[in-house]
Design a protein around this ligand. Structure first.
Ligand SMILES: Nc1ncnc2c1ncn2[C@@H]1O[C@H](COP(=O)(O)OP(=O)(O)OP(=O)(O)O)[C@@H](O)[C@H]1O
Ligand SMILES: [Mg+2]
Length: 274
């Protein structure tokens, strides 16, 4: 079993502090879900776990089995078993999907190990079929010209092949049709084991018909403000987040009073707790 710990994590992006003390602990064998209003820092958390250079950690720790993840390069994080399926997957012209996946797998091997080409092709074919992807997609350039839904499935294809310990799945359900949603959800859920856990970022309950969460967290104002189980997802789906803001005495991000260009003080009408 492996453990991923996020301890009092503060992160800034371009001089704006986005995460303000995130605490989260997960083990393999667990599915954690993060929900939260737009712009509250969910993707920031995902990118920081993976080591995106734009996200600067100003305080706190990320530990993978006790090892300091923040000292690791992106490559090393991947080799140690972290994986990120991005909200907006990047296109890589000139590199085929299968070469991309094979290279990523090879970097995980010891010096004298190698991947049998036959086994690699077989497992790539199997994973492609399990995701009901078009069989030519692995042989095309990574995500180039892929539809929105194909890009999302492709992230899951990479995940299935790389078999990480922890996968962070950032809105993997956005843009998927109902059948694709089921296929992707089931494929992720099937990976759950003593050696795999996922942090699933989503806005909607429907993905969770297929990925059964063990823990649900709400990220708001740069912090995890509430954790619970499925009933929390149902409540958010039904009632949104205003009740939680009210419970926590939070106001929206913009200040209640703003100084106008004329130097007067105006009350922001959009910024009252409803
Ligand atoms: N690279 C960046 N440059 C500037 N601002 C950024 C950058 N990344 C994130 N931000 C800002 O940080 C805040 C949090 O963004 P983030 O993408 O983490 O939100 P989110 O919770 O994932 O939202 P959504 O639900 O819309 O995906 C936003 O105000 C966003 O504009
Ligand atoms: Mg996001």
């Amino acid at each position: 079993m492996s453990k991923l710990q996020i301890i009092d994590l503060w992160v800034k992006v371009e001089d704006k502090v986005i995460l303000k003390g995130v605490n989260l602990e997960m083990n393999t064998g667990e599915m954690h879900v993060i929900m939260g209003p737009n712009g509250t820092g969910k993707s920031t958390l995902a990118s920081t776990i993976m080591g995106h250079y734009k996200y600067q950690v100003i305080q706190g720790q990320i530990l993978l089995d006790g090892e300091d993840v923040l000292q690791m390069s992106v490559d090393e994080r991947s080799r140690k078993g972290l994986f990120l399926a991005m909200q907006y997957p990047a296109e890589i012209t000139g590199v085929t999907n299968s070469d991309f996946i094979k290279t990523a797998m090879e970097t995980r091997l010891e010096e004298n190990e190698h991947i049998s080409l036959f086994k690699f092709i077989k497992s790539l074919e199997t994973a492609t079929k399990e995701l009901k992807m078009n069989s030519n997609l692995p042989h095309r350039y990574v995500n180039v010209g892929f539809s929105g839904g194909e890009k999302k499935r492709n992230e899951i294809l990479q995940m299935k092949m790389l078999k990480p310990k922890f996968a962070v799945l950032d809105e993997i359900d956005s843009g998927l049709d109902v059948d694709a949603l089921r296929i992707v959800g089931e494929n992720v859920n099937d990976m759950k084991s003593d050696s795999f856990g996922a942090l699933v970022i989503t806005h909607y309950e429907r993905l969770l018909d297929y990925i059964k969460p063990d823990f649900v967290h709400v990220l708001m104002g740069g912090k995890i403000v509430k954790s619970g189980k499925n009933e929390l997802v149902e409540k958010i789906d039904r009632d949104g987040y205003d009740w939680l803001k009210l419970e926590l005495g939070m106001v929206d991000e913009e200040p209640i009073r703003t100084v106008t260009s004329l130097g007067t003080c105006a009350v922001n009408p959009n910024n009252k707790v409803k």
